[in-house]
Design a protein around this ligand. Structure first.
Ligand code: NAD
Length: 254
């Protein structure tokens, strides 16, 4: 066993980890990071996602097991259906999300609503169902993917910032509520990461964004996934309610 293996490896058998938005970028890297420790990974993404079959093949090739559970994270009925098949869950990673720029004056109710629904309601719906299972089992870890923007804000991303700030507050509250049940709840707050979400903004954006960080570059999905796996593992057994910056020094909290 490696020191950062899941605490239940020996005690409870193969751990089960659910990752939302696993079809791309950070979520995909997180799913593979768990699979590399032979976990059973339940991968979620939108029904329109075309990459999950290939991800399942990759997970199985490296020794993990994979179940595909498509669905929009903002649909509470679908989230309940996904959990109807889950008897035990060791790790939930709330990762699904999207980026959308808009000045506040052009931000429509529909844009605001969709942003909050996918990020904040999505994290809430999955955490609520996961908590039911984890409280019963008196065991588990929830890790949400927030953002440095949820800590420091960003022009033209007020709805995204508000959603991520909400996830940070949700994380701290759930950490307090679930600690008596041995369920730890943490979040990562990545800075810019080179994923399709950021690639879509173009080379000029990537260059400008890189300059913002002391390390003068963006992160990779694996650099975020490593920290998510750590937070989900027994190596982080005394960590709960923490918002861990993975941002090349872009935000320094103390
Ligand atoms: P990505 O676009 O590569 O992947 C996001 C995945 O989420 C996609 O596969 C998408 O289909 C899925 N998704 C979107 N809406 C969904 C929904 N309603 N239901 C289910 N799945 C849905 O983006 P990424 O950069 O890997 O982003 C992953 C997470 O990391 C997001 O929450 C994002 O806000 C956060 N994040 C990203 C960065 C960055 O710079 N890339 C920085 C900080 C935080």
């Amino acid at each position: 066993m490696q020191p950062d293996d899941f605490d239940n490896g020996a005690r409870r058998g193969v751990p089960t980890c659910l990752v939302t938005g696993a079809g791309s970028g950070i979520g995909r890297a997180v799913a593979l990071a768990f699979a590399s420790r032979h976990a059973r990974v339940i991968v979620n993404d939108l029904p329109s996602c075309t990459t999950l079959d290939a991800l399942r093949d990759e997970i199985e090739t490296i020794g993990g097991a994979c179940t595909i559970a498509t669905g929009d994270v903002s649909d509470p009925g679908r989230v309940r259906e996904i959990f109807a098949d889950i008897e035990r869950l060791d790790v939930l990673v709330n990762n699904a999300g999207f980026l959308q720029e808009s000045e506040i004056t052009g931000l429509t109710d529909a844009m605001w609503d969709r942003m909050i629904r996918v990020h904040l309601y999505g994290a809430f719906y999955f955490a609520r169902e996961a908590a039911r299972v984890m409280k019963r089992e008196r065991h588990g870890a929830i890790v949400s993917v927030a953002s440095d923007i949820g800590q420091i804000g960003c022009e033209n991303l007020s709805h995204y910032s508000a959603a991520k700030g909400g996830i940070i507050a949700l994380t701290k509250s759930l950490a307090r509520e679930l600690a008596p049940y041995h369920v730890r709840v943490n979040a990562v707050a990545p800075g810019g990461v080179l994923t399709p979400m950021v690639d879509a903004l173009g080379d000029a954006y990537v260059t400008e964004e890189s300059a913002r960080y002391p390390m003068k570059r963006l992160g990779t999905p694996d650099e975020i996934a490593n920290v998510v796996r750590f937070l989900a593992s027994d190596a982080a057994s005394f960590m709960t309610g923490q918002i861990v910056g993975v941002n090349g020094g872009g935000v320094m909290n103390g």
